[in-house]
Write a protein that binds this ligand. Structure first.
Ligand code: PMP
Length: 355
């Protein structure tokens, strides 16, 4: 590490966040980016107008509490507005959750592979990382997660549907797990892709019984607003108050607040679109399984193809030659659901690479 500045030594140990690569262009082929789980559909009607109107006075700060958006979310979910914490994406909520719980001498338990931010945030807070391997079918190992908790554990992260493998957590699994976790340890259910799932644990219902359960949600995926950075947490008032203490004021911009409100007002259309994406995902996953690939239950807007490291490199490379960027991670390749043309190219690559 450089001696020029008084930076933390721990920075050298931070796992890198590797963003999804952009597609490489290839003559005659429209490039497609299926590497960041973005929503490929056009903006919802009304969203661009809401953005323009909200951006009319860029000199002014946004409402720091995002009161109107919070009220809309609370209304929709039937929770107290004091339990809703808005942030610049679910990422900011996850970061704030680690900020209010973790420090040196504490530990955080999470499934692995899962969302890449989890270990990065744990490192940032100087906490001990306790990744618990997923089961072979890509689901959470709840017995393993429970066994990893001890009296240093301040935070448990769960992901449903799990990014990158795809399966959701079931109600019974969540309830059984929460019954085992000490009720002063915060458990986060990261529901970034919930809207695409046909079956998933009901986090809102589970919160009624377990005040230590916090939900992390986002407008980035099903709502298609990833570029605007807006998400929220749903948490017990005491936890929510602590979260507001560490989140930067004004982190959700006025256009982001307006677009999120407009999208919430069109939640039926959001649901229809999420179902469309899910139907394409199911066909795509089915076709890959027919070709002989190991594809776990896919419940997000992406499909996981389990591959050994060499095969994963080859698969990613063959997709890149077709001007399609996919995401290679430990244990396989994740393909976001995109336009048919892009998925057809991936299927062609898959047919040529059948195991
Ligand atoms: N959780 C999971 C599981 C994710 O995959 C992502 C984004 N890829 C996020 C949270 C964060 O999303 P955002 O900050 O865009 O809301």
């Amino acid at each position: 590490m450089s001696n020029r500045f008084l930076l933390r030594d721990a920075l050298a140990e931070f796992p890198p966040y590797v963003p999804g690569k952009p597609p490489v262009s290839s003559p005659g082929l429209t490039p497609y980016k299926l590497s960041s789980n973005e929503n490929h559909l056009p903006p919802l009607p009304g969203v661009l107008d809401a953005l323009t109107a909200a951006a009319a006075v860029p000199a002014n700060y946004p409402d720091p509490t995002a009161a109107a958006l919070v009220a809309d979310i609370a209304d929709r979910l039937d929770v107290d507005p004091a339990e809703v914490v808005p942030g610049a994406g679910a990422s900011e909520i996850l970061s704030a959750l680690t900020n209010i719980t973790l420090e040196s001498g504490t530990s955080v338990v999470y499934p692995w592979p899962s969302f890449e931010m989890y270990p990065i945030l744990a490192s940032a807070r100087g906490a001990e990382k306790r990744p618990v391997a997923l089961l072979p079918d890509g689901r959470h190992d709840f017995a393993g997660l429970a066994a990893a908790i001890d009296d240093t554990t301040r935070l448990v992260l769960l992901c449903s549907p799990n990014n990158p493998t795809g399966p959701t957590i079931a109600d019974a699994e969540l309830e059984g797990f929460l019954a085992e976790v000490p009720d002063n340890v915060i458990v986060v259910l990261d529901e970034a892709y919930l809207e695409f799932a046909s079956e998933a644990a009901d986090g809102l219902a589970a919160r009624k019984k377990h005040a230590n359960l916090v939900l992390a949600r986002t407008f980035s995926k099903a709502y298609g607003l990833a570029g605007l950075r807006v998400g929220y947490g749903v948490a017990d008032v005491e936890i929510a108050t602590a979260l507001r203490q560490v989140i930067a004021p004004f982190s959700v911009t006025a256009p982001a607040q307006a677009a999120a409100r407009e999208s919430l007002a069109r939640i039926d259309e959001v649901a229809v679109r999420a179902k469309e994406v899910a139907a394409v995902r199911d066909r795509f996953a089915h076709d890959l399984r027919e070709l002989g690939f190991d594809v776990p239950d896919a419940q997000g807007n992406y499909v996981w193809i389990a591959l050994d490291p060499e095969a994963a490199v080859a698969f990613e490379g063959a997709c890149a030659e077709q001007a399609v960027a996919v995401r290679r991670l430990q244990g396989g390749v994740r393909v976001s659901i995109g336009p048919d043309e892009a998925l057809d190219r991936v299927l062609k690559v898959a047919a040529a690479a059948r195991p």
